[in-house]
Design a protein around this ligand. Sequence first.
Ligand SMILES: C[C@H](O)[C@H](O)[C@@H](O)C(=O)CO
Ligand SMILES: [Mn+2]
Length: 416
Amino acid sequence: MKKAYELAKEQYKALGVDTDAVLKQMDKVQISLHCWQTDDVGGFEKPDAELGGGGIQVTGNYPGKATSIEEMRTDLDKVLALLPGKQRLNLHAIYGEFGGELVDRDQIEVKHFQGWIDWAKERGMGLDFNPTCFSHPMADTGFTLSSKDESVRKFWIEHVKRCRAISAEMGKQLGTPCVMNTWIPDGSKDEPIDRNGHRALLKASLDEALSTPYSKEHMIDAVESKLFGIGAESMTVGSHDFYLGYAIANSKAICLDSGHFHLTESVGDKISSCLQFVDDVLLHISRPIRWDSDHVVTFNDEVRLIASEIVRNNYLDRVKIGLDFFDGSINRVGAYVVGTRAAQQAFMVAMLEPTKTLREYEEKGQYFERLALLEVLKTRSFGAVWDYYCQVNNVPSGDGFIADVQKYEQAVLVKR
Ligand SMILES: C[C@H](O)[C@H](O)[C@@H](O)C(=O)CO
Ligand SMILES: [Mn+2]
């Protein structure tokens, strides 16, 4: 492997790229693992909880879904052991440790998440967080923060407020800001008459829910837009226009989910636009197939453009990288490993680009040369650099992780 790496190093050196520097630079890529892939977005508020409503859906019934926080942590440790580099963990509010009590969303406190904070601290990881404004009777009408019913709005405002306090404490205790992302399912199946009314209510609810000031050293608010959801095909209250406007006007981060735009739109193209106006972008890297299907991320052109845009513009400090897929049709631990590695690979390939040369071609109008070099790069020995990176990080390289996931399935998952 070292030999293959040395050859690749020479190949990239000829193009003006220092592969050793790339290996170091990869340390800056910290991907936040979305906890909800372990259990198909069920959460542990009550036994056998399942994702309900919210315009999102998990398909598949592959054996081995985590049925408790303990199982979830075992799975996450397995995932972490198969990934090179450092990761964060992204929690949803339904994953608190409620000790068998029914703690409603407007009652959650730091104490329900202290176990996670300690867990993360032991692993030297940062945490991110999300209010859960779905899978709850108060979300059954399809509206939460933008509901016309004041009692419904109040309930969700209180939930978001408590989530922010929890997030700030997570960031404080772990010494790294917790990104708290608010996504709500609010929308309408059929053509509504009062789009404006719901958007005005959402703005007012957010103003109140996000009013407590917290240091950016502890927590960063992000808001996530969406084009449409299941059962909300005609109008989504929190559209991209709405949230980009809100984020700019209120100095919040905007969350761009790869599945939340028309399929011909590209999240990679949006990053440099948003960052002209907001301090931070949060990514939910996903793989939409025909709709916001939340397929496991693969190393495709979409993800590569996202990574290239971040690396080419030195935006690694301003773009927080999260994943958002939930596939219950395959081994869930394997799904994490494939999806996270794919995103990491996209960043590595972006770092192996001789951007300076490409930029010079572009500045001089040498578009044939720019195109040709981009094509040549597609056949360079990136795989050897990736394998070596895995080796120096003591995780399986090549297809080695497949056997590890299979072993874990036999030893742990099938017994659940
Ligand atoms: C579970 C997440 O909050 C959810 O996936 C959200 O981020 C989203 O993308 C909804 O479509
Ligand atoms: Mn998302």
